[in-house]
Design a protein around this ligand. Structure first.
Ligand code: CO
Length: 166
């Protein structure tokens, strides 16, 4: 099974590459990512979190099969905002309030390369924004308003990152 890359792994800060080949290897990768996501009780996972710097993410909400988004692009953000206590499999035990647009429009390809457009609201809109951020090297701690849990863990990780930079 894929191992989840944890902050401050530099892979999490890279801009992921656009996918142009829609083959069985891509479908297998999405399946493996979904397994890793469910194994850690996640509701979303982006490829950089399994050390693959490509524009693929999976979402697992509700009891339907996971959904894969290839080369997702958010084309509209509502002015109306929503606050969510977010966490991340790459930042275990850290949670905090993030304010994001409440509704989005998204353009993406499926695992066969077919183009889709969708209007999303509710928790799915929040999860998708969080995961698309991962493809651009952005983490929820960059946007957090208030850490609700794990401030001392985050402080220790940031210190570790500063030490690495020296
Ligand atoms: Co995350």
């Amino acid at each position: 099974m894929f191992k989840i890359a944890k902050y401050p792994d530099p892979i999490l800060r890279k801009i992921a590459k656009t996918i142009s080949v829609f083959d069985d290897a891509l479908k297998n990768m999405a399946d493996e990512m979904a397994k890793a996501m469910y194994n850690d009780d996640g509701i979303g996972l982006a490829a950089p979190q399994v050390s693959q710097s490509i524009r693929l993410l999976v979402i697992g909400l509700g009891d339907t099969k996971y959904k894969a988004y290839v080369n997702p692009e958010i084309t509209f953000f509502s002015k109306e905002k929503t606050t969510t206590d977010e966490g991340c499999l790459s930042l275990p035990k850290i949670f905090g309030d993030v304010i994001r647009p409440k509704k989005i429009h998204i353009k993406y390809q499926d695992l066969s390369g077919q183009l889709h457009k969708d209007k999303i609201k509710g928790i799915a809109a929040v999860v998708l924004q969080h995961e698309v951020d991962h493809l651009n090297g952005i983490l929820f701690i960059d946007r957090v308003e208030k850490i609700n849990q794990g401030q001392e863990i985050l402080d220790a990780l940031k210190k570790q990152l500063d030490e690495q930079a020296k």
